[in-house]
Design a protein around this ligand. Sequence first.
Ligand code: NAD
Ligand code: MG
Length: 381
Amino acid sequence: MKTISILGSTGSIGTQTLDVVLRSEGKFQVAGITGNKNIKLLEGQTRMFAPKFVAVADENLYNDLKLAVSDTNTKVLCGIDGLCEVAAYSKNDIVVSSTVGISGLKPTLAAISAGHDIALANKETLVTAGNLVTDLIKEKGVKLLPVDSEHSAIFQCLECGHKPSKLILTASGGPFFGKTKKDLEKVTLKDALKHPNWSMGQKITIDSATMMNKGLEIIEAKWLFDMELDDIEVVVHRESIIHSMIKLSDGSILAQMGEPDMKLPISVALYYPEREIIKNTDFDFLKHPNLSFYNPDEETFSCLKLAKQALKTGGTMPCFLNGANEAAVALFLDEKIKFTDIPELISNAMKKHTPIVNYTLDDVVKTDLSAREIVLDLIGG
Ligand code: NAD
Ligand code: MG
Protein backbone atom coordinates (compact mmCIF):
# COMPACT_ATOMS: atom_id res chain seq x y z
CA MET A 1 0.00 0.00 0.00
CA LYS A 2 1.26 3.49 -0.91
CA THR A 3 0.60 6.48 1.32
CA ILE A 4 -0.35 9.56 -0.68
CA SER A 5 -1.13 13.19 0.00
CA ILE A 6 -3.03 15.32 -2.48
CA LEU A 7 -2.38 19.04 -2.76
CA GLY A 8 -5.52 20.49 -4.32
CA SER A 9 -7.83 17.54 -3.54
CA THR A 10 -10.95 19.63 -4.21
CA GLY A 11 -10.04 20.43 -7.83
CA SER A 12 -10.58 18.63 -11.11
CA ILE A 13 -7.34 16.59 -10.86
CA GLY A 14 -7.67 16.22 -7.07
CA THR A 15 -11.17 14.72 -7.17
CA GLN A 16 -10.23 12.41 -10.05
CA THR A 17 -7.18 11.29 -8.03
CA LEU A 18 -9.50 10.37 -5.16
CA ASP A 19 -11.64 8.42 -7.68
CA VAL A 20 -8.55 6.43 -8.67
CA VAL A 21 -7.84 5.82 -4.97
CA LEU A 22 -11.41 4.59 -4.39
CA ARG A 23 -11.43 2.15 -7.28
CA SER A 24 -8.00 0.80 -6.25
CA GLU A 25 -9.72 -0.99 -3.36
CA GLY A 26 -7.03 -0.40 -0.77
CA LYS A 27 -3.84 0.10 -2.81
CA PHE A 28 -3.51 3.67 -1.51
CA GLN A 29 -3.97 5.31 1.83
CA VAL A 30 -4.69 9.05 1.86
CA ALA A 31 -2.58 10.84 4.49
CA GLY A 32 -3.30 14.45 3.59
CA ILE A 33 -5.69 16.54 1.51
CA THR A 34 -5.76 20.27 0.84
CA GLY A 35 -8.04 22.85 -0.74
CA ASN A 36 -8.29 26.59 -1.08
CA LYS A 37 -11.85 27.58 -0.15
CA ASN A 38 -14.24 24.66 -0.61
CA ILE A 39 -14.75 23.71 3.05
CA LYS A 40 -17.80 21.58 2.31
CA LEU A 41 -15.92 19.34 -0.09
CA LEU A 42 -12.89 19.17 2.23
CA GLU A 43 -15.22 18.09 5.03
CA GLY A 44 -16.81 15.40 2.82
CA GLN A 45 -13.39 14.13 1.70
CA THR A 46 -12.19 14.09 5.32
CA ARG A 47 -15.16 11.93 6.35
CA MET A 48 -14.70 9.59 3.40
CA PHE A 49 -10.90 9.13 3.49
CA ALA A 50 -10.08 9.81 7.18
CA PRO A 51 -6.72 11.44 6.37
CA LYS A 52 -4.22 12.39 9.06
CA PHE A 53 -4.25 16.02 7.83
CA VAL A 54 -6.62 18.37 6.08
CA ALA A 55 -5.37 21.84 5.14
CA VAL A 56 -7.13 24.90 3.80
CA ALA A 57 -4.92 27.41 1.97
CA ASP A 58 -7.17 30.37 2.80
CA GLU A 59 -6.31 31.08 6.45
CA ASN A 60 -9.61 32.90 7.00
CA LEU A 61 -11.42 29.58 6.64
CA TYR A 62 -9.36 27.71 9.24
CA ASN A 63 -11.94 28.04 12.03
CA ASP A 64 -14.82 26.98 9.75
CA LEU A 65 -12.95 23.87 8.66
CA LYS A 66 -11.89 23.07 12.24
CA LEU A 67 -15.50 23.24 13.34
CA ALA A 68 -16.74 21.20 10.38
CA VAL A 69 -14.44 18.24 11.13
CA SER A 70 -14.23 18.64 14.93
CA ASP A 71 -15.76 15.19 15.46
CA THR A 72 -13.03 13.45 13.38
CA ASN A 73 -9.42 12.53 14.25
CA THR A 74 -8.03 14.57 11.34
CA LYS A 75 -5.65 17.40 12.20
CA VAL A 76 -6.61 20.73 10.62
CA LEU A 77 -3.92 22.99 9.15
CA CYS A 78 -4.00 26.18 7.11
CA GLY A 79 -2.07 28.57 4.89
CA ILE A 80 1.04 27.86 2.86
CA ASP A 81 2.75 26.40 5.97
CA GLY A 82 -0.15 23.98 6.37
CA LEU A 83 0.16 22.84 2.75
CA CYS A 84 3.93 22.42 3.19
CA GLU A 85 3.38 20.35 6.36
CA VAL A 86 1.02 18.02 4.48
CA ALA A 87 3.50 17.79 1.59
CA ALA A 88 6.46 16.99 3.86
CA TYR A 89 4.65 14.46 6.12
CA SER A 90 7.22 11.75 6.77
CA LYS A 91 4.95 8.80 5.91
CA ASN A 92 4.07 10.03 2.40
CA ASP A 93 5.29 7.78 -0.40
CA ILE A 94 3.97 10.04 -3.13
CA VAL A 95 2.58 13.58 -3.18
CA VAL A 96 0.13 14.59 -5.89
CA SER A 97 0.80 18.22 -6.76
CA SER A 98 -2.49 19.43 -8.23
CA THR A 99 -3.14 22.94 -6.97
CA VAL A 100 -3.43 25.58 -9.65
CA GLY A 101 -0.81 28.21 -10.47
CA ILE A 102 2.36 29.12 -8.61
CA SER A 103 0.61 28.13 -5.34
CA GLY A 104 1.93 24.62 -6.08
CA LEU A 105 5.60 25.57 -6.03
CA LYS A 106 6.50 25.81 -2.33
CA PRO A 107 4.53 22.73 -1.18
CA THR A 108 6.01 20.70 -4.07
CA LEU A 109 9.52 21.78 -3.08
CA ALA A 110 8.67 20.84 0.53
CA ALA A 111 7.60 17.34 -0.60
CA ILE A 112 10.78 16.86 -2.66
CA SER A 113 12.96 18.13 0.21
CA ALA A 114 11.33 15.52 2.45
CA GLY A 115 12.32 12.84 -0.09
CA HIS A 116 8.89 12.03 -1.51
CA ASP A 117 8.10 11.09 -5.11
CA ILE A 118 5.89 13.62 -6.90
CA ALA A 119 2.94 13.06 -9.22
CA LEU A 120 3.01 16.43 -10.96
CA ALA A 121 -0.12 17.95 -12.45
CA ASN A 122 0.79 21.51 -11.46
CA LYS A 123 2.79 22.51 -14.55
CA GLU A 124 3.38 26.02 -13.13
CA THR A 125 5.88 24.47 -10.66
CA LEU A 126 8.27 23.62 -13.50
CA VAL A 127 7.44 26.72 -15.54
CA THR A 128 8.29 29.11 -12.70
CA ALA A 129 11.29 27.34 -11.19
CA GLY A 130 12.40 24.52 -13.50
CA ASN A 131 16.05 24.78 -12.52
CA LEU A 132 15.44 24.78 -8.77
CA VAL A 133 12.96 21.90 -8.94
CA THR A 134 15.05 19.63 -11.18
CA ASP A 135 18.23 20.32 -9.14
CA LEU A 136 16.42 19.40 -5.92
CA ILE A 137 14.92 16.29 -7.55
CA LYS A 138 18.45 15.14 -8.49
CA GLU A 139 19.84 15.97 -5.06
CA LYS A 140 17.09 14.05 -3.23
CA GLY A 141 16.94 11.17 -5.72
CA VAL A 142 13.13 11.23 -5.91
CA LYS A 143 10.93 10.52 -8.93
CA LEU A 144 9.04 13.24 -10.78
CA LEU A 145 6.08 11.49 -12.41
CA PRO A 146 4.10 13.61 -14.89
CA VAL A 147 0.31 13.75 -14.69
CA ASP A 148 -0.27 16.24 -17.51
CA SER A 149 -1.66 13.94 -20.23
CA GLU A 150 0.90 14.95 -22.89
CA HIS A 151 3.85 14.48 -20.56
CA SER A 152 2.47 11.23 -19.23
CA ALA A 153 2.18 10.06 -22.86
CA ILE A 154 5.82 10.97 -23.53
CA PHE A 155 6.89 9.39 -20.24
CA GLN A 156 5.14 6.15 -21.28
CA CYS A 157 6.67 6.23 -24.79
CA LEU A 158 10.14 6.75 -23.25
CA GLU A 159 9.79 3.41 -21.47
CA CYS A 160 11.10 2.01 -24.79
CA GLY A 161 14.50 3.03 -23.45
CA HIS A 162 15.72 5.01 -26.48
CA LYS A 163 16.66 8.67 -26.48
CA PRO A 164 14.14 10.66 -28.52
CA SER A 165 15.31 13.05 -31.23
CA LYS A 166 12.04 15.01 -30.91
CA LEU A 167 9.08 15.30 -28.58
CA ILE A 168 5.75 15.93 -30.30
CA LEU A 169 3.13 17.48 -28.03
CA THR A 170 -0.43 17.21 -29.28
CA ALA A 171 -2.86 20.09 -28.72
CA SER A 172 -6.63 19.98 -29.08
CA GLY A 173 -6.57 23.54 -30.42
CA GLY A 174 -9.21 24.52 -27.87
CA PRO A 175 -12.66 25.98 -28.54
CA PHE A 176 -11.41 28.63 -30.98
CA PHE A 177 -9.44 26.47 -33.41
CA GLY A 178 -9.67 27.92 -36.94
CA LYS A 179 -10.77 31.36 -35.76
CA THR A 180 -9.07 34.56 -36.90
CA LYS A 181 -7.69 37.31 -34.65
CA LYS A 182 -10.77 39.35 -35.56
CA ASP A 183 -13.12 36.53 -34.49
CA LEU A 184 -11.32 36.32 -31.15
CA GLU A 185 -12.13 39.99 -30.42
CA LYS A 186 -15.74 38.97 -29.88
CA VAL A 187 -15.45 35.82 -27.78
CA THR A 188 -17.09 35.79 -24.36
CA LEU A 189 -16.07 34.18 -21.08
CA LYS A 190 -18.77 31.56 -21.60
CA ASP A 191 -17.37 30.66 -25.06
CA ALA A 192 -13.84 30.42 -23.67
CA LEU A 193 -14.90 28.10 -20.83
CA LYS A 194 -16.31 25.54 -23.29
CA HIS A 195 -13.44 23.13 -23.95
CA PRO A 196 -14.24 20.62 -26.72
CA ASN A 197 -12.63 17.50 -25.17
CA TRP A 198 -11.69 17.99 -21.51
CA SER A 199 -13.49 19.13 -18.37
CA MET A 200 -10.93 20.98 -16.22
CA GLY A 201 -10.46 23.84 -13.76
CA GLN A 202 -11.23 27.34 -15.05
CA LYS A 203 -7.65 28.62 -15.27
CA ILE A 204 -6.35 25.76 -17.42
CA THR A 205 -9.52 25.91 -19.54
CA ILE A 206 -8.77 29.53 -20.41
CA ASP A 207 -5.11 28.64 -20.98
CA SER A 208 -6.28 25.99 -23.45
CA ALA A 209 -8.42 28.53 -25.29
CA THR A 210 -5.48 30.99 -25.63
CA MET A 211 -3.06 28.08 -26.26
CA MET A 212 -0.89 29.37 -23.40
CA ASN A 213 -1.47 25.91 -21.97
CA LYS A 214 0.57 24.39 -24.82
CA GLY A 215 3.25 27.03 -24.31
CA LEU A 216 3.47 26.17 -20.60
CA GLU A 217 3.61 22.49 -21.57
CA ILE A 218 6.60 23.10 -23.86
CA ILE A 219 8.43 24.61 -20.89
CA GLU A 220 7.27 21.75 -18.66
CA ALA A 221 8.54 19.21 -21.25
CA LYS A 222 11.92 20.91 -21.42
CA TRP A 223 12.46 20.41 -17.69
CA LEU A 224 10.87 16.97 -17.38
CA PHE A 225 12.72 15.39 -20.29
CA ASP A 226 15.82 17.61 -20.57
CA MET A 227 15.08 18.61 -24.18
CA GLU A 228 15.82 21.82 -26.05
CA LEU A 229 13.09 24.08 -27.39
CA ASP A 230 13.99 23.25 -31.03
CA ASP A 231 13.37 19.56 -30.35
CA ILE A 232 9.87 20.04 -28.95
CA GLU A 233 7.15 20.30 -31.60
CA VAL A 234 3.45 21.05 -31.26
CA VAL A 235 0.83 19.56 -33.55
CA VAL A 236 -2.88 20.33 -33.30
CA HIS A 237 -4.84 17.09 -33.08
CA ARG A 238 -8.52 17.90 -32.66
CA GLU A 239 -9.70 14.53 -31.37
CA SER A 240 -7.35 14.31 -28.32
CA ILE A 241 -6.89 10.58 -28.90
CA ILE A 242 -3.12 10.67 -29.37
CA HIS A 243 -1.92 12.24 -26.14
CA SER A 244 1.62 12.91 -27.43
CA MET A 245 4.48 11.25 -29.28
CA ILE A 246 8.21 10.81 -29.42
CA LYS A 247 10.36 10.56 -32.54
CA LEU A 248 13.40 8.30 -32.47
CA SER A 249 16.67 8.78 -34.38
CA ASP A 250 15.62 6.26 -37.07
CA GLY A 251 12.44 8.23 -37.85
CA SER A 252 10.11 5.90 -35.92
CA ILE A 253 7.28 7.66 -34.07
CA LEU A 254 5.88 6.23 -30.84
CA ALA A 255 2.49 7.51 -29.72
CA GLN A 256 0.37 6.93 -26.62
CA MET A 257 -3.36 6.82 -27.32
CA GLY A 258 -6.64 6.49 -25.50
CA GLU A 259 -9.92 8.22 -24.75
CA PRO A 260 -9.39 11.64 -23.13
CA ASP A 261 -9.65 10.77 -19.43
CA MET A 262 -7.25 12.23 -16.83
CA LYS A 263 -7.73 9.20 -14.60
CA LEU A 264 -5.37 7.31 -16.91
CA PRO A 265 -2.31 9.58 -16.50
CA ILE A 266 -3.14 9.96 -12.79
CA SER A 267 -3.15 6.19 -12.33
CA VAL A 268 0.05 5.78 -14.40
CA ALA A 269 1.80 8.10 -11.92
CA LEU A 270 0.23 6.64 -8.76
CA TYR A 271 0.79 2.99 -9.67
CA TYR A 272 4.25 3.49 -11.20
CA PRO A 273 6.14 1.21 -11.93
CA GLU A 274 3.09 -1.09 -11.89
CA ARG A 275 -0.06 -0.51 -14.00
CA GLU A 276 -3.60 -0.35 -12.75
CA ILE A 277 -5.74 -3.32 -13.82
CA ILE A 278 -9.14 -2.24 -15.19
CA LYS A 279 -11.58 -4.62 -16.85
CA ASN A 280 -13.58 -3.62 -19.94
CA THR A 281 -11.16 -0.97 -21.18
CA ASP A 282 -11.34 -1.85 -24.89
CA PHE A 283 -10.59 1.12 -27.12
CA ASP A 284 -12.96 1.17 -30.10
CA PHE A 285 -10.93 2.27 -33.13
CA LEU A 286 -14.06 2.26 -35.26
CA LYS A 287 -15.42 5.16 -33.22
CA HIS A 288 -12.37 7.18 -34.28
CA PRO A 289 -11.95 6.56 -38.01
CA ASN A 290 -10.31 9.93 -38.62
CA LEU A 291 -7.49 11.45 -36.66
CA SER A 292 -6.58 14.92 -37.91
CA PHE A 293 -3.41 16.99 -37.59
CA TYR A 294 -2.73 20.69 -38.21
CA ASN A 295 -0.01 23.25 -37.64
CA PRO A 296 -0.71 25.51 -34.65
CA ASP A 297 -1.55 29.09 -35.65
CA GLU A 298 0.96 31.02 -33.56
CA GLU A 299 0.01 34.37 -35.06
CA THR A 300 -3.62 34.14 -33.91
CA PHE A 301 -2.81 32.27 -30.70
CA SER A 302 0.24 34.36 -29.84
CA CYS A 303 0.46 33.07 -26.24
CA LEU A 304 2.18 30.01 -27.69
CA LYS A 305 4.79 32.23 -29.30
CA LEU A 306 5.25 34.26 -26.09
CA ALA A 307 5.89 31.09 -24.07
CA LYS A 308 8.50 29.90 -26.57
CA GLN A 309 10.11 33.33 -26.46
CA ALA A 310 10.19 33.21 -22.64
CA LEU A 311 11.83 29.78 -22.70
CA LYS A 312 14.41 30.97 -25.23
CA THR A 313 15.21 34.01 -23.06
CA GLY A 314 15.48 31.78 -19.99
CA GLY A 315 16.27 32.73 -16.39
CA THR A 316 13.23 34.19 -14.64
CA MET A 317 11.41 35.03 -17.91
CA PRO A 318 9.20 31.89 -17.90
CA CYS A 319 8.26 32.67 -14.29
CA PHE A 320 7.41 36.22 -15.32
CA LEU A 321 5.34 34.96 -18.27
CA ASN A 322 3.46 32.66 -15.91
CA GLY A 323 2.76 35.39 -13.34
CA ALA A 324 1.57 37.78 -16.05
CA ASN A 325 -0.63 35.03 -17.50
CA GLU A 326 -2.13 34.16 -14.10
CA ALA A 327 -2.94 37.82 -13.51
CA ALA A 328 -4.41 38.33 -17.00
CA VAL A 329 -6.50 35.13 -16.83
CA ALA A 330 -7.86 36.16 -13.41
CA LEU A 331 -8.88 39.53 -14.89
CA PHE A 332 -10.56 37.79 -17.83
CA LEU A 333 -12.42 35.42 -15.45
CA ASP A 334 -13.62 38.52 -13.57
CA GLU A 335 -14.78 39.92 -16.94
CA LYS A 336 -12.52 42.97 -16.51
CA ILE A 337 -10.64 42.47 -19.79
CA LYS A 338 -11.31 40.95 -23.23
CA PHE A 339 -10.00 37.57 -24.37
CA THR A 340 -7.59 39.24 -26.81
CA ASP A 341 -6.22 41.45 -24.00
CA ILE A 342 -4.63 38.36 -22.42
CA PRO A 343 -1.71 37.95 -24.90
CA GLU A 344 -1.47 41.72 -25.34
CA LEU A 345 -0.98 42.30 -21.60
CA ILE A 346 1.52 39.45 -21.23
CA SER A 347 3.55 40.65 -24.20
CA ASN A 348 3.64 44.26 -22.98
CA ALA A 349 4.51 43.16 -19.45
CA MET A 350 7.35 40.92 -20.66
CA LYS A 351 9.03 43.94 -22.26
CA LYS A 352 9.41 45.39 -18.75
CA HIS A 353 11.19 42.42 -17.18
CA THR A 354 14.94 42.00 -16.99
CA PRO A 355 15.46 38.30 -16.36
CA ILE A 356 17.74 36.97 -13.63
CA VAL A 357 19.82 34.10 -14.99
CA ASN A 358 20.86 32.15 -11.88
CA TYR A 359 17.75 32.66 -9.83
CA THR A 360 16.88 31.69 -6.24
CA LEU A 361 13.44 30.88 -4.80
CA ASP A 362 13.32 34.44 -3.51
CA ASP A 363 13.89 35.74 -7.08
CA VAL A 364 11.04 33.52 -8.31
CA VAL A 365 8.63 34.88 -5.69
CA LYS A 366 9.64 38.48 -6.45
CA THR A 367 9.42 37.97 -10.22
CA ASP A 368 5.93 36.49 -9.89
CA LEU A 369 4.75 39.44 -7.78
CA SER A 370 6.30 41.98 -10.13
CA ALA A 371 4.61 40.35 -13.16
CA ARG A 372 1.21 40.61 -11.44
CA GLU A 373 1.84 44.25 -10.45
CA ILE A 374 2.94 45.21 -13.96
CA VAL A 375 -0.19 43.63 -15.51
CA LEU A 376 -2.39 45.56 -13.06
CA ASP A 377 -0.47 48.78 -13.84
CA LEU A 378 -0.98 48.20 -17.56
CA ILE A 379 -4.75 48.08 -17.18
CA GLY A 380 -4.58 51.10 -14.88
CA GLY A 381 -5.78 49.05 -11.88
P1 NAD B 1 -8.90 23.30 -10.33
O1 NAD B 1 -9.13 24.76 -10.37
O2 NAD B 1 -10.04 22.40 -10.65
O3 NAD B 1 -8.36 22.90 -8.89
C1 NAD B 1 -7.33 23.61 -8.28
C2 NAD B 1 -7.07 23.12 -6.87
O4 NAD B 1 -6.10 23.99 -6.29
C3 NAD B 1 -8.29 23.14 -5.94
O5 NAD B 1 -8.19 22.09 -5.01
C4 NAD B 1 -8.17 24.49 -5.24
O6 NAD B 1 -8.79 24.50 -3.98
C5 NAD B 1 -6.65 24.59 -5.09
N1 NAD B 1 -6.20 25.98 -5.05
C6 NAD B 1 -6.65 27.04 -5.78
N2 NAD B 1 -5.99 28.16 -5.45
C7 NAD B 1 -5.11 27.82 -4.48
C8 NAD B 1 -4.14 28.54 -3.73
N3 NAD B 1 -3.95 29.85 -3.91
N4 NAD B 1 -3.40 27.88 -2.83
C9 NAD B 1 -3.57 26.56 -2.63
N5 NAD B 1 -4.48 25.81 -3.29
C10 NAD B 1 -5.23 26.43 -4.22
O7 NAD B 1 -7.66 23.01 -11.29
P2 NAD B 1 -7.29 21.66 -12.06
O8 NAD B 1 -7.94 21.65 -13.38
O9 NAD B 1 -7.46 20.49 -11.15
O10 NAD B 1 -5.74 21.89 -12.33
C11 NAD B 1 -4.78 21.74 -11.32
C12 NAD B 1 -3.39 21.75 -11.93
O11 NAD B 1 -3.27 20.61 -12.79
C13 NAD B 1 -3.11 22.98 -12.80
O12 NAD B 1 -1.77 23.34 -12.68
C14 NAD B 1 -3.39 22.49 -14.22
O13 NAD B 1 -2.64 23.17 -15.19
C15 NAD B 1 -2.93 21.04 -14.10
N6 NAD B 1 -3.59 20.13 -15.07
C16 NAD B 1 -4.93 19.94 -15.01
C17 NAD B 1 -5.55 19.10 -15.93
C18 NAD B 1 -7.04 18.82 -15.87
O14 NAD B 1 -7.54 18.01 -16.65
N7 NAD B 1 -7.80 19.44 -14.99
C19 NAD B 1 -4.79 18.47 -16.92
C20 NAD B 1 -3.43 18.69 -16.93
C21 NAD B 1 -2.82 19.51 -16.01
MG1 MG C 1 -2.03 18.85 -20.88
